[in-house]
Design a protein around this ligand. Structure first.
Ligand code: HEM
Length: 354
């Protein structure tokens, strides 16, 4: 156990009302207990170590790799904000100047050899390096919803999928009992099953899934959820095309698209209306909400597998600039501490991939 982990081990004993962003940027995790009937409910805490240990028990331990989004590549981009961005937020990201961005594209899961041609999660992680040393980190996914509504439900879901040591497979009765009591955990899988396999990392929508509040220079607030939408449009593969592409096509494809200047995303904010739910990542905003384009992200180069600036970045979505804040989703605040544990473990193990 690293010394960071020793500190974190006791974090779940903290009073939830005393949640603060500590000096090293770690947050205590607000979570909920799993009840005897399997239904997760609100208001206790989950240890970040329990999260990472459970990820390893369920999805396998691949030393040196990220515990989630293990198969990925680092890239470089630039973001230019526009007047609509400045109208909703005073964040320097929207100044209109070119902002350097460290970008990581990845395939969901802990397996660094996960196939690229399945209907699974793709990730777009970003670090905006803003003036005056401010940093804005994102971990966005290609679904409008996450697979759990609160941290304890997420832990319970991952635990229900843990393989039995004898059969080496999850116990279907346990999986069903948990999902029956927590039907939200099935929404994301259903969404992926309904979509084609993405043709490219650069041709899918990536959602922030949490609610955020933007504050402008006059102190006015705009709440909503964001999406990065590819400028060239969304492209998917038929099942036959996906099979033909094989298990490792996404990375060469990305290099080609970036070399020909075809990898760019609009940073769009869907604006919430009164009554919309912003504190639950399993509930997307209703269809047809007003959408504002805040600026454009262009990917300018892709690193080789061995280099790039991503290795020591854990894309903690609670690192936000002045002018942007979370809208109270407990899943958002729950992310910082386990990400720090994951980073600590992979560095101690000798980080192997960007
Ligand atoms: C309490 C809930 C969560 C836990 C415990 C968790 C855990 C983790 C861990 C341990 C990592 C690897 C960090 C590293 O080694 O650098 C990770 C990566 C990631 N997670 Fe989560 N996660 C949670 C919620 C979410 C949610 C709600 C999203 C939805 C947007 C998400 C999206 C991602 C993405 C995109 C990455 C890849 C980051 C990268 O490229 O390095 N996670 N997660």
């Amino acid at each position: 156990m690293t010394s960071l982990e020793t500190i974190l081990k006791n974090m779940h004993r903290l009073n939830p009302l005393a949640l603060t962003l500590g000096a090293c940027g770690l947050l205590a995790v607000l979570a909920t207990p799993v009840l005897a009937d399997n239904r997760a409910s609100a208001n206790t805490q989950v240890s970040p170590l329990d999260f990472v240990n459970q990820f390893e028990a369920t999805f396998g331990k691949f030393e040196g790799y990220r515990r989630s989004g293990a198969k990925g590549v680092c890239a470089v981009g630039e973001f230019v904000g526009n007047a609509d961005g400045r109208a909703v937020s005073s964040a320097s990201a929207f100044s209109g100047q070119k902002i350097p961005v460290t970008v990581r594209f990845s395939v969901g899961g802990a397996n660094p050899k996960a196939p690229d041609n399945g209907k699974s999660q793709r990730n777009l992680s970003l670090q905006f390096d803003l003036p005056n040393g401010e940093v804005w980190q994102h971990g966005n996914i290609n679904a409008p919803v996450f697979g759990a509504a609160n941290p304890q439900q997420f832990l319970g879901r991952v635990a229900s999928l843990q393989p039995d040591p004898t059969t080496k497979a999850a116990d279907p009765a346990k999986v069903k009992a948990f999902a029956d009591a927590n039907p939200e955990v099935l929404l994301q899988g259903r969404y992926f099953a309904s979509q084609p396999v993405p043709a490219s990392f650069a041709s899918i929508n990536y959602w922030g899934v949490h609610g955020f509040i933007f504050t402008n220079a006059a102190g006015q607030k705009t709440a909503g959820k964001w999406i990065f939408e590819p400028v060239g449009g969304v492209q998917g593969l038929s099942d036959e095309q996906a099979k033909e592409k094989g298990a490792n096509f996404l990375f060469d494809d990305l290099r080609q698209r970036v070399a020909s200047g075809q990898a760019a995303f609009n940073f769009n904010l869907e604006v919430a209306q009164p009554g919309d739910k912003l504190d639950n990542a399993t509930v997307p905003l209703p269809e047809g909400r007003r959408k504002i384009t805040l600026g454009q992200l262009k990917i300018t180069s892709v690193s080789t597998d061995a280099d790039g600036a991503c290795l020591t970045i854990n894309f903690d979505p609670n690192r936000m600039p002045k002018g942007v804040e979370g809208a109270g989703d407990p899943m958002l605040t729950a992310r910082s501490a386990p990400y720090a544990v994951g980073l600590g473990r992979r560095l101690v193990e000798g980080a192997k991939q960007q």
